[in-house]
Unconditional design. Structure first.
Length: 328
C-alpha cells in the first residue's frame, strides 16, 4: 500500500510539473485531414499511439487507443511500431505521441545503467520514481501510472525436458548446458544482444552458447519463440519468454526460475511526450485506473487470448475494457 501511495503521489506531482511547464504543440492535420477542436475553440492534433511488436505491446497499445477514444480524444492508431529502439526513437522525434514502455527497459537502455544501483532496478516503486525523474527533464517524456506486473525476460523450456533432466532453475539449465546437453535457443536479436536480457543470464550462470545454438528471429513475439520450443522446430528446445506470457502452460512449457534474481522489474506504463499531456491532461486520469487493474494474472490472460486463442489484440483489448467497466 505504501509503495502504491508513493507512486500515486509521484505521478500527480509529475503531471503538475508537466501541465504548468510546457506549451502545447502547433495543431496539425488529423487522420482524416482535419483537426480536433476542444470546447474553447483551440485546435488539437490527434494523439498518435504506438507500441512494440510483441503480443503484450499490441494488447497494451490497443487498450490505450480504445480508452482514449472512449473519452472523445481523437486517436491515430500506429501500434506495432517496432522494437524497443524503433518505438522509442519514434516517440522522441514525435512520429508517435505515446506508447507503453517498461521501467527496467528504460533504465537499462535509455540511461547509463552502470550508475543505477541493482537494488533500485529490482524495486518496482524505486524504479518508477527514478525513471520519471530522469526522463522528464532530459527528454520531456512523462511516465504515467504503471501496472502492478513484472514482464521480465525469461527462458522457457519444454516441460518434458525439465522433468526428464530435473531442470527447474536457470542454474540447473546452465549445468545441463555445460554438461553437454543438447540446446538450441530461439529468441529475437534484441534478446540476444541487450545487456539486460540473455547476456545477463549468461554472465550470471556461466552459460556459453555457440552461434549455431541460437536461432535469431526477426520478430520480438514470444508466441513465435515459445511455439518453436514447444514443437522442437529446427531443434529448438528453449525460448525467449516474458513473465506475463499467456502461452507458457498451453504450449507445455515451463519458465525457469531465476534464483540469483538477475532480472530487474519490468513494470509496463504508458509513456507520453510532455506536450501531449499538456494538451490532453485527461489522459492521466483516464489511463491510471485502467493500468492499476493490469496485474500479472490479467496480462497473462490477455496475452494468452491473442497468442493461444488467436484473437486480434484489438478485440481482446475491447472485451477486457468492457468487462471492467471502462467501455460501454
Amino acid at each position: 500500500m505504501r509503495k502504491r501511495l508513493l507512486v500515486v503521489v509521484l505521478t500527480l506531482g509529475l503531471i503538475t510539473i508537466v501541465v504548468s511547464g510546457c506549451s502545447p504543440p502547433t495543431a496539425g492535420p488529423t487522420a482524416s485531414g482535419g483537426a480536433a477542436t476542444d470546447t474553447a475553440g483551440v485546435s488539437k492534433t490527434p494523439v498518435k499511439i504506438g507500441s512494440k511488436i510483441d503480443t503484450e505491446g499490441q494488447v497494451l497499445g490497443q487498450i490505450i487507443v480504445q480508452a482514449l477514444q472512449a473519452k472523445g480524444i481523437l486517436v491515430e492508431d500506429k501500434t506495432r511500431t517496432g522494437t524497443t529502439d524503433v518505438v522509442r526513437k519514434a516517440l522522441m522525434v514525435g512520429e508517435i505521441d505515446g506508447y507503453p514502455e517498461y521501467t527496467a527497459s528504460a533504465l537499462t537502455q535509455f540511461f547509463p545503467s552502470d550508475k543505477i544501483p541493482p537494488s533500485v532496478l529490482k524495486n518496482a516503486a524505486q524504479s518508477y520514481a527514478l525513471v520519471t525523474a530522469l526522463d522528464l527533464p532530459k527528454n520531456r517524456i512523462v511516465w504515467l501510472m504503471p501496472a502492478p506486473a513484472n514482464n521480465t525476460w525469461a527462458v522457457a523450456i519444454p516441460a518434458k525436458l525439465a522433468a526428464d533432466r530435473k531442470i527447474k532453475t536457470l542454474a540447473d539449465w546452465a549445468s545441463y548446458v555445460r554438461g553437454g546437453g543438447v540446446v538450441k535457443v530461439a529468441g529475437s536479436q534484441e534478446f540476444f544482444t541487450r545487456s539486460d536480457a540473455f547476456p545477463a543470464f549468461q554472465k550470471a550462470y556461466g552459460v556459453a552458447l555457440k552461434p549455431d545454438q541460437k536461432v535469431i528471429l526477426a520478430t520480438g513475439d514470444t508466441a513465435v519463440t515459445e511455439k518453436a520450443a514447444s514443437q522442437g522446430t529446427n531443434g529448438v528446445n528453449a525460448a525467449m519468454a516474458y513473465g506475463t506470457d499467456g502461452s507458457i502452460s498451453a504450449l507445455s512449457l515451463v519458465t525457469l526460475e531465476d534464483p540469483k534474481q538477475v532480472q530487474p522489474v519490468y513494470a509496463p506504463a504508458p509513456t507520453f511526450r510532455a506536450e501531449v499531456i499538456k494538451m490532453y491532461p485527461e489522459i492521466v486520469t483516464t489511463l491510471a485506473p485502467i493500468f492499476a487493474k493490469l496485474d500479472t494474472a490479467a496480462l497473462q490472460k490477455l496475452n494468452g487470448d491473442v497468442a493461444v486463442g488467436g484473437k486480434p489484440a484489438a478485440e481482446v483489448a475491447k472485451t477486457w475494457l468492457q468487462a471492467n467497466g471502462f467501455l460501454q
